[in-house]
Structure formats: C-alpha cells, structure tokens
Design a protein around this ligand. Structure first.
Ligand SMILES: [Zn+2]
Ligand SMILES: [Zn+2]
Length: 180
C-alpha cells in the first residue's frame, strides 16, 4: 500500500496512538486547495482556512474535534452583488486504527487526514441561496437597478387598468355617433 501523503491537513498522531486518554491540541493554518462549493458560493482556492483541533486517543482510534473558520465568497441570488460569508463550523470524527465499518475514517500509518472532513463540513454549511442581507429586495424588474441602493425607487405609474378598460367603450360610442 502506498504511503499516505502528507498535506497541510494531515496531522501526525504517532504520540497518541494506543495511549488512551492522551490529548493534544493542534492548529492548522493553510489555504483552500481548490474550490470548495459551487458556482454560486464557495471557499475559493487560496482562501485562508484556520483549524483549531483537539485530538484525543481512544481505545479504537483517535477522536478529532475541531473548530474551522474560513471565508466563502459568492453572489446574492436576488441582487447579484458579491457576498462574503464568514464560515464557522465544528467537526468531530473518529479515525479508527484499523478498518472498521462503524467509522468512516482511518488512521493511515501515523497520520490523520482532516481534509475530507473539513471540506464536507464547510460545503454543507453553505447556503443554497446566498443573499447580501435577509431583506434584500433584489433588482427593479423594469430597469434592473439594485433596490437597496435606491430607496423609494419607482417608475411612472402605469396607466390605470380601469381607464384602459374604457377604451373600447369610448370607440363604440364614437361609432354610434357616426351612424346617427
Ligand atoms: Zn442582495
Ligand atoms: Zn426601475
């Protein structure tokens, strides 16, 4: 089997393996390796990611708890301006010493790789429909200006539908006059 690859998201737990009760704190400061998210919102490649992790040795593996903070960038789905969204998520996952169906992750040799766990938690926390603010009123359907930037924005009132309904009647009465 190939040796596990060391990345900024891997932590060496050699001093914790099979020492139940031992605790370590580790901090990872790195950047997003690729786009985490979708076209509408995501943590863009190169964005700083901070992971404050606590590792605890258990009988059957290493329990990793961590607070993750980073920044997602996207676009308001209503008014289309750029939106920055602070992302704060917690993860908690057991990395088992040996293959065990009860756990999704394993310790590889002496390494735990937090990347898939952190990525999934971050991506799942992103909103499906990001907005610049909860009460964003979007764009004017007639001219496209951003309504939050133009309070009270309105256009000439359209012709009152009650008046236009009289149109055919008015023409009719004109015809009547001509017949006379
Ligand atoms: Zn908006
Ligand atoms: Zn308008």
């Amino acid at each position: 089997m190939a040796h596990p690859k060391k990345t900024p998201f891997t932590l060496d737990v050699v001093d914790l393996i099979h020492r139940p009760g031992e605790l370590r704190e580790r901090v990872i400061d790195t950047t997003a390796p690729e786009g985490w998210g979708n076209a509408v919102i995501g943590v863009r490649e190169g964005e700083p990611i901070h992971v404050a992790a606590r590792l605890e040795s258990l009988h059957d593996g290493i329990l990793v708890s961590a607070d993750v903070s980073t920044l997602a960038k996207g676009e308001c789905v209503r008014c289309l301006i750029d939106v920055d969204l602070a992302v704060e998520v917690e993860i908690q996952e057991v990395f088992a010493y040996s293959h065990d169906e009860a756990f999704d992750y394993e310790v590889h040799e002496t390494l735990v790789d937090l990347e898939p766990v952190v990525r999934d938690a971050v991506v799942l926390s992103l909103p499906f429909q990001p907005v610049c603010q909860d009460d964003c009123t979007g764009l004017c359907p007639q001219c496209g200006v951003r309504l939050l930037d133009h309070p009270g924005h309105e256009h000439e009132a359209p012709v009152d539908p009650r008046w236009s309904a009289l149109g055919p009647l008015a023409e009719l009465s004109q015809d009547d006059k001509e017949k006379r």
